[in-house]
Design a protein around this ligand. Structure first.
Ligand SMILES: Cc1cc2nc3c(=O)[nH]c(=O)nc-3n(C[C@H](O)[C@H](O)[C@H](O)COP(=O)(O)OP(=O)(O)OC[C@H]3O[C@@H](n4cnc5c(N)ncnc54)[C@H](O)[C@@H]3O)c2cc1C
Length: 481
């Protein structure tokens, strides 16, 4: 099902690139990060072009919950303890500046995008954690309070409240903001070498290049695949659930997300690492939670999305690698990509315009300290485990036992293949080796897709590419049962 954002906003179609061009900056990717970066650059007088494989906002941005906040879960105490006061303070300030920049742009441009200022809350059952978080947030200079009575029916002892945050309709915003930018849609970037970008429609020569593609698709340089994994979560738009005013996120086991959009209450949760979904049932469990919390409500829309998670909990924003000083990256948004996209746009604009940015060092992709490296290696090892899994895992299902509307990895005379049985009983057979790095794909019963546990690429039952970092589909053949 489409998200409520896609259902309530039609984006204008833009032309594909059909000739060779030359620009100051090429931004690859037209999601929230790419469009905001291009807009900030154009405002600074830099000739910029956006190259988008599909349509703007059509990646993860169309499936967000669109809270604009510097409250990224229960993070202040942990950041202070692990990263020190200066880094923690800069992280919060950069994100709060991003919230203010949204307010400024929307006020200035008068974009009609259901923008509302509101407060953000992180709730918990753990009294100790709440106290620690409120204290840490105050120490970092945030306007906070500890609340005991919440308007949402969750089992908790209270919540830490950040004042002056916001929520909006992400596609209405992006659609208006994109007017006036030079954007090519249906233009897939296939190769990048120094200043030359090869696309499906022509070559682009760019002095500087920004990768705002959600998950960088080039394996080298940068090795971003070894630094991040993806996590998926699910959203329901509930009708008849009453109205709430704030934006909420849980901490601990029952980590649900709440916000209002019009008559719909958006309930999010059931997150997991992409590809680790053998049991499925995420939508079902979220619907059970909705029925428990809001009896009498009903589900008007349901959708899911995924985001990149870095090993130290901070996005990668800045110069792509030291040996590509004219390439920039914005990724690893940790499911907080509305504020992080704006942080990216402001940092990248300054870097490209040779201006100082007070927050750039915190987000720099080359920031790792010695003690953080083992975590990266650990996450990388998980990816490598996925790479070898296909040689050892014995699947326990066969084509004949497969139910209609279900998929599984099965052994055939040719080896292991992914098999999906349509509702009509037809078989779709796919190559379950991910074209990105060769990991074995697993079946996702919630989304009826083939998902990669290593880096999060996803494919539909016909083998078409759904989510990056892979840039191509997998082979599919149909056989009659
Ligand atoms: C369930 C869920 C809820 C969330 N809710 C919130 C929230 O409330 N608040 C918040 O701050 N964040 C939230 N997030 C995170 C946020 O939605 C994302 O971080 C953000 O949308 C990512 O934007 P992006 O521009 O980086 O990526 P995308 O929107 O995915 O854009 C990347 C674009 O690059 C294009 N592209 C890729 N490869 C190529 C190529 N080779 N050539 C050309 N173009 C290419 C794609 O087509 C795509 O359009 C949520 C995430 C999830 C999973």
């Amino acid at each position: 099902m489409e998200s409520i954002w896609s259902q309530t906003c039609e984006l204008t179609k833009r032309p594909a690139l059909s000739k060779d061009i030359e620009v100051d900056v090429a931004v690859i990717g037209g999601g929230m990060a790419g469009i905001l970066t291009a807009w900030q650059l154009e405002r600074a007088g830099v000739r910029t072009v956006v190259l988008e494989a599909d349509k703007i906002g059509g990646g993860q941005t169309k499936n967000t919950t669109a809270k604009i906040t510097s409250q990224h879960g229960m993070f202040c105490h942990t950041f202070l303890a692990k990263k020190g006061e200066e880094t923690a303070r800069k992280y919060v300030q950069a994100n709060q500046q991003a919230v203010e920049e949204y307010k400024r742009i929307i006020q200035e441009t008068k974009i009609d995008c259901n923008f509302e200022e509101t407060d953000a809350f992180v709730y918990s059952k753990d009294e100790g954690k709440l106290m620690q978080e409120a204290e840490a947030a105050k120490r970092l200079g945030i306007d906070v309070s500890l609340e005991r009575h919440l308007e949402i029916p969750v089992d908790c002892t209270g919540a830490v409240r950040f004042f002056g945050q916001a929520q909006f309709h992400p596609l209405k915003f992006i659609c208006e903001l994109a007017n006036g930018l030079q954007i090519y849609e249906d233009t897939v970037v296939t190769e990048v070498e120094d200043h030359l970008i090869r696309t499906s429609g022509g070559n682009v020569l760019a002095a500087q290049i920004v990768f705002a593609v959600h998950y960088p698709f080039l394996k080298f340089p940068g090795m971003y695949f070894a630094r991040m994994h993806q996590e998926r979560s699910y959203v329901l738009a509930l009708e008849g659930a009453g109205k709430i005013h704030g934006m909420y996120i849980g901490d601990g086991e029952e980590k649900f997300s709440f916000r209002q959009y019009g008559d719909w209450l958006l309930l999010g949760g059931e997150g997991h690492r992409t590809g680790e979904n053998r049991e499925g049932g995420c939508y079902m469990r979220l619907k059970e939670t909705a029925a428990k919390l809001y009896p009498g409500s009903h589900v008007a829309a349901a959708w899911s999305a995924q985001d990149c998670i870095t090993s130290d909990g901070i996005p990668f924003i800045g110069i792509y690698t030291s040996d590509r000083p004219n390439w920039y990256v914005a990724t690893g948004f940790q499911k907080w990509g509305m504020s992080s996209s704006m942080v990216s746009a402001l940092i990248l604009k300054d870097l490209i315009c040779n201006r100082e940015n007070p927050f750039a060092d915190v987000f720099s992709p080359s920031r790792f300290s010695a003690e953080e490296i083992p975590h990266i290696v650990k996450d990388g090892k998980k990816a490598v485990a996925g790479l070898t899994r296909r040689f050892f895992q014995i699947p326990d299902e066969t084509i004949s036992s497969l139910e209609r509307g279900q998929g599984a990895v099965v052994t055939t005379s040719e080896g292991k293949v992914g098999v999906y049985k349509t509702e009509e009983g037809e078989i779709r057979q796919v190559d379950i080796v991910c074209p990105h790095m060769g990991c074995q794909l697993s079946w996702n019963p919630d989304e009826q897709s083939w998902d990669c546990p290593c880096h999060g690429s996803r494919f539909d039952v016909e083998g078409n590419l759904l989510d990056d970092p892979a840039q191509e589909g997998i082979q599919c053949s149909g056989i009659q049962e």
